[in-house]
Design a binder for this molecule. Structure first.
Ligand SMILES: [Zn+2]
Length: 95
């Protein structure tokens, strides 16, 4: 039996993930917009590709942190609307 996890820690984690998820479309836009600007600024396809890759790395990073994880074991938590009572990975109770 794993020690219970404080609910505040879980809520904080869910809130953080939600915030990051809101940033995701913006991050994807940055990748496309950056490439478009690079192309328009005369950077050529190579320059645009580099900017796009940079934006893509940023978008991937945001996507990674947009996943809520159990504060105890790091298991991916379901981000549905239902109130989580325990971790599906380590069975730690959230209280
Ligand atoms: Zn866990």
């Amino acid at each position: 039996m794993t020690a219970p996890v404080r609910r505040e820690a879980v809520e904080r984690e869910l809130g953080r993930a939600r915030g990051a998820r809101k940033m995701l479309p913006w991050a994807a836009l940055t990748a496309i917009g950056g490439a478009a600007i690079g192309l328009a600024a005369g950077g050529g396809v190579k320059g645009a590709g580099a900017l796009f890759a940079l934006g893509l790395v940023f978008a991937l990073f945001v996507w990674t942190i947009a996943v809520p994880r159990c504060p105890a074991c790091g298991t991916r938590l379901p981000s549905g609307r239902t109130r989580l009572e325990s971790c599906p990975g380590c069975r730690a109770r959230f209280e």
